[in-house]
Ligand binder design. Sequence first.
Ligand code: NAD
Ligand code: DAU
Length: 330
Amino acid sequence: MRLLVTGGAGFIGANFVHAVVRDGADDVTVLDALTYAGSRESLAPVRDRIRLVGGDITDAALVDRLVAESDAVVHFAAETHVDNALADPEPFLRSNVIGTFTILEAVRRHGVRLHHVSTDEVYGDLPLDGAQRFTESTPYNPSSPYSSTKAAADMLVRAWVRSYGVRATISNCSNNYGPYQHVEKFIPRQITNVLTGRRPKLYGSGANVRDWIHVDDHNSAVRRILADGQLGRTYLIGAGGERDNLSVLRTILRLMDRDPDDFDHVTDRAGHDLRYAIDASALTDELGWRPEHTDFEEGLRATIDWYRANESWWAPLKDTVEATYQERGQ
Ligand code: NAD
Ligand code: DAU
């Protein structure tokens, strides 16, 4: 299968490309604008086995040409950081909404299969206390400029399926962790803060809950949906990994031999979603998918080891990211 992977130089996309190449895929093209969040180095282990095209998903002529040469598109490319969206939403509108529109028009013209990668944040948040979880029928209720643009993109995909018969599936996944995640995000930020002698930073009281999944499990689910998913359907991806931020931070500190109170409380995020939780039973029951990384502490230990061993990948990014956070009081 000729596969086009948008955003394949980012965190999840790069791990996806590594996995498909490891399993023998020999016709993979990555389209990535190599923004601050994308990196050629993330694709270094598979450099000779793929084609990397530096370009923007809003470039209709380029997208049209690459889609015409493909059998399927897996669409990861997006602006992804909530704090950046709060500071400057415009790039999120452009990449996430216009970019997805551009991909949709190309797959429509060429009859190419699309899998659109989205987030659980489109559903808004859940109360902190309670057992409620997001399902495929939870109403969309996004809170942030980031999640509202992802929701808009999902709506475009649904409309293009219904109106034009585009052959697409959508997945909405919870919080990923693992290798190659940008140091602006919660888990790598705290690990690399410790590794650079900084104190970890916790927004507010740390009571907010995220539903953590290892990136390889997210990607195995995407591949299962691409192979066996029902066209037009939305699948929620999650691995039952709910934890509050304070607990995650304390686990990181313990695994890195630090005092559990060795961190700073910083200014909370505006509109901070309280809790996400995924009910992935459609995916497990209908497609037989199961996560493999079910021991969160083990996954976190391996992730810490990866950041220790790969300082050359993240060190050039760290000072700029921390300077930006400092300006925001975070
Ligand atoms: P990331 O920020 O690490 O990577 C995004 C990639 O997209 C980068 O390589 C960047 O250069 C590229 N990109 C951005 N705008 C582009 C444009 N206009 N044209 C071409 N390339 C562009 O993001 P990630 O965490 O790997 O997320 C990938 C996808 O998964 C996103 O769609 C995101 O919404 C979704 N998602 C992420 C998570 C998570 O926890 N990280 C969870 C659920 C869903
Ligand atoms: O739920 C899926 C989403 O997960 C994806 O769609 C997003 O692209 C991805 O960035 C992630 O969004 P979050 O906002 O949940 O992730 P982030 O890593 O930014 O923050 C996780 C939690 O940790 C959140 O409650 C905010 C908090 N936090 C974050 C940072 C960076 C801190 O307490 N301190 C920090 O320094």
